[in-house]
Design a protein around this ligand. Structure first.
Ligand SMILES: [Zn+2]
Length: 95
């Protein structure tokens, strides 16, 4: 399956299982990188990471952080697929 980078407005192709292209991954703070890698490995079975709050929150933080540094503080965050997944996972956790 062909994937592209999840950073805002980036369509660089990435390897399956990769979240961002290398240029954008390097912009993610190290603690966030570690969280994403650790949760991804821990929740890999059945794509469990797609409903893991810690993983999704870290992805959203990474995407928003990159967007803010590339497009400025006024960037409208909260529009990507990870933002949707995070909202869905939070809703599920409440019920
Ligand atoms: Zn990218």
């Amino acid at each position: 399956m062909k994937r592209s980078c999840d950073a805002f407005k980036c369509d660089t192709a990435v390897q399956p299982g990769r979240f961002l292209c290398l240029a954008h991954w390097r912009m993610v703070p190290l603690p966030t990188q570690r969280t994403i890698n650790a949760r991804y490995r821990a929740c890999r079975t059945n794509f469990g990471f797609l409903s893991d709050l810690v993983y999704l929150q870290a992805c959203v933080d990474a995407i928003d952080g990159i967007a803010r540094s590339e497009y400025g503080a006024g960037h409208q965050a909260g529009q990507g697929s990870y933002h949707r997944l995070l909202r869905g996972a939070k809703k599920k956790g409440q019920s």
